[in-house]
Ligand binder design. Structure first.
Ligand SMILES: [Zn+2]
Length: 337
């Protein structure tokens, strides 16, 4: 808990009003205390970086399911947890540093000192039932796992992806307070770091009929941005959702920019997080992220680097996007009648 209390001291009790006047009607609706508390808790050393199937992961799971229960989210599967066969990469004592970024591309390292080990992964799945179309689903996802203890060092994964996980809890809180039209599945994915294993398991054996899943909105790494930009990734595939993101950005909550989908000079992040698994099953899918790769998969991705103003504005823009999407879903993605 040490980390948590020092975080509160550092950031103060949400001096958010001073940090952004535009779009404040959205900001004020958000439980920013819940957001920051969940972020700090999940990024705390006691969670050991939430590596799949580790004691830290079990602890994170207990925390997330307890929060979902408290918020009033219904389990989509018994006990919220859907398990799947997964695998993790372990280093031997003589191992050398390995660039983890390539694992998401599906490259299996052949270097000496590393080995894959089979483990059981656990997705956490809740649902807020829609008032008009309870049998239609929008999946909002964030991976809660990270690489944890690796090469003898703790990788807490604060931005990647305690930030998206806590945002998903805060979004759940907003959705239970004002129910959506369509059912919204809150999917806390496991095993993203080892090749989007949780999202692949979800789309391979979906907990609801695959045809009833209208879209996926994925959230990964949104707690800070060097250039104060929230990226909408997926314009290449989802132009109408991209236009909606432009509308949301235009309301002044946060600057939203399209990119990182392989068409600009930057990295193609569309294939590198869980939305890719949905896209491969022909489900319209997009990613919200902030381009902040300095500490990517390094022990230095710590909670103290949080930019609370950006984080709250980013999360509020994403929740606004989800709300508008839900309200007239037919305008944005194909809906079977
Ligand atoms: Zn991530």
């Amino acid at each position: 808990m040490k980390g948590f209390f020092s975080l509160l001291l550092v950031f103060g009790a949400a001096t958010l009003a001073a940090q952004g006047s535009a779009g404040s009607q959205f900001v004020s609706a958000i439980d920013d205390e819940l957001l920051v508390r969940a972020f700090a808790t999940l990024a705390n050393d006691s969670m050991q970086g939430r590596r799949m199937a580790s004691p830290g992961s079990i602890k994170a799971r207990a925390y997330i399911t307890a929060e979902l229960t408290r918020i009033g989210v219904e389990p989509l599967v018994p006990g919220f947890v859907a398990t799947f066969p997964g695998r993790i990469l372990e280093s031997t004592p003589t191992g050398v540093s390995f660039p983890f970024g390539t694992i998401n591309f599906g490259t299996i390292p052949s270097g000496v000192g590393y080995a894959w080990r089979g483990v059981t992964g656990s997705n956490i799945l809740g649902v807020v039932r829609g008032t008009e179309h309870p049998d239609r689903y929008i999946v909002v996802s964030a991976h809660y796992d990270h690489i944890g203890l690796f090469d003898g060092q703790l990788h807490p994964g604060a931005n990647d992806n305690a930030s998206g996980t806590a945002a998903l809890l805060a979004i759940a809180d907003l959705l239970t307070a004002a129910k959506p039209k369509n059912s919204i599945i809150l999917a806390f994915m496991d095993g993203e770091e080892y090749g989007m294993l949780g999202a692949s398991a979800f789309t391979r054996s979906p907990p609801v009929p695959i045809k009833s899943i209208l879209a996926n909105v994925n959230i990964d790494m949104i707690s800070r941005s060097a250039d104060d930009i929230l990226y909408f990734v997926g314009e290449k595939y989802q132009p109408r959702l991209s236009a909606l993101a432009t509308t949301v950005g235009g309301s002044g909550i946060v600057r939203i920019q399209q990119g990182l989908d392989g068409r600009d000079s930057k990295e193609d992040l569309f294939r590198r997080s869980d939305q890719w698994a949905f896209h491969q099953r022909s489900i319209p899918a997009v990613l919200f992220t902030a381009e902040e790769l300095l500490d990517y998969h390094r022990p230095s991705d710590i909670a103290a680097k949080l930019n609370i103003g950006f984080y709250v504005r980013a999360m509020s823009a994403i929740s606004d996007f989800i709300r508008r999407m839900d309200e007239s879903i037919e305008s944005f993605v194909p809906v079977k009648r």
